[in-house]
Design a protein around this ligand. Structure first.
Ligand code: BG6
Length: 224
C-alpha cells in the first residue's frame, strides 16, 4: 500500500499558467483609469492570491458597494483575458505531469482565488479541465489566501485528508495558505524568487513542472 500523497491541488494563476504579468498590466490600467498610482509590487506580492472582493477595496482604500465591485472587477478581468488570450499556454510540463499524476491514481483539484470566468478561460481554453475532479474558486470561500480556506475546500471536495495533499503554488500568500491547511507546499518560481517561497514555508521549489526535485518526484510516484 502506498503511503505517499493521495491528492495534488494546483493553484491557477502563476502556477498552471505563467500569466501574472497580464494580471498586473490589467490591474495597472484599472488603477490608472481610477486616477490611482499603485506600485507594481503591490499587485505582484501584496494582492497575489487575494480575491477581487479583497483586492478592490484595498486598492481604493475604502469599502466598495457590491455593484461597483462587480463593475470594476469585470473591467479588469475582461481586459486581462484580452491581454493574455493570445499568449495562453500551460506552464512547461503541466500537461505531462497532470497525465502522470492521473495515471498514478492521484486525485487532482484546482484551488484559485480567481473568479469563475477566468478559471474557465484557462482550464477550458487549454483543455485541462478533464484532469480535475474539482475546481474551487473565489465564490466558494469568503477569505482568499493566505487563509487556508480554498485549499481546505478542495481537500473536502476530493474527500482527502489535508495532510495527504500536495499544493503547487506561486504566491507567498498561497504557500502560507497551504501550510496553514497542513499540506505539503511546492513553490513555483514564475514570479516570486525561490528564497521568498522557501521562507514562506515551501517544502520544495521548482521553476516549472518539467523538472521536479528528485526526492519530491519519489514522494509523489514511489509505490504507485
Ligand atoms: O489564486 P490564483 O489562481 O493565484 O489567482 C488569484 C489572483 O491572483 C492575483 O495575482 C491576480 O492579480 C488576481 O486577479 C487573481 O484573481
Amino acid at each position: 500500500m502506498s503511503v505517499g500523497p493521495a491528492a495534488v491541488i494546483f493553484d491557477l494563476d502563476g502556477t498552471l499558467v505563467d500569466n501574472l504579468r497580464f494580471h498586473v498590466q490589467a490591474w495597472g490600467a484599472l488603477s490608472r483609469s481610477l486616477g490611482l498610482d499603485v506600485p507594481v509590487e503591490r499587485f505582484e506580492r501584496e494582492f497575489n492570491g487575494w480575491r477581487n472582493e479583497e483586492i478592490i477595496p484595498a486598492l481604493l482604500g475604502r469599502p466598495v458597494p457590491p455593484e461597483e465591485l462587480v463593475r470594476l472587477a469585470e473591467q479588469k478581468e475582461s481586459h486581462y483575458r484580452a491581454l493574455y488570450g493570445p499568449h495562453l499556454v500551460p506552464l512547461r510540463g503541466a500537461r505531462e505531469l497532470l497525465t502522470r499524476l492521473r495515471d498514478a491514481g492521484l486525485r487532482l483539484a484546482v484551488a484559485s482565488a480567481g473568479p469563475r470566468p477566468n478559471r474557465a478561460f484557462v482550464l477550458d481554453g487549454l483543455q485541462l479541465r478533464p484532469f480535475f475532479s474539482h475546481v474551487v474558486g473565489a465564490e466558494d470561500v469568503t477569505r482568499g489566501k493566505p487563509a487556508p480556506d480554498l485549499f481546505l475546500a478542495a481537500a473536502r471536495a476530493l474527500g482527502v485528508e489535508p495532510a495527504a495533499c500536495v499544493v503547487f503554488e506561486d504566491a507567498v500568500h498561497g504557500i502560507h495558505a497551504a501550510r496553514a491547511a497542513g499540506m505539503i507546499a511546492v513553490g513555483v518560481t514564475t514570479l516570486t524568487p525561490a528564497e521568498l517561497l522557501r521562507e514562506a514555508g515551501a517544502h520544495w521549489v521548482t521553476s516549472d513542472f518539467a523538472s521536479l526535485p528528485g526526492d519530491f518526484e519519489q514522494l509523489l510516484f514511489s509505490g504507485r
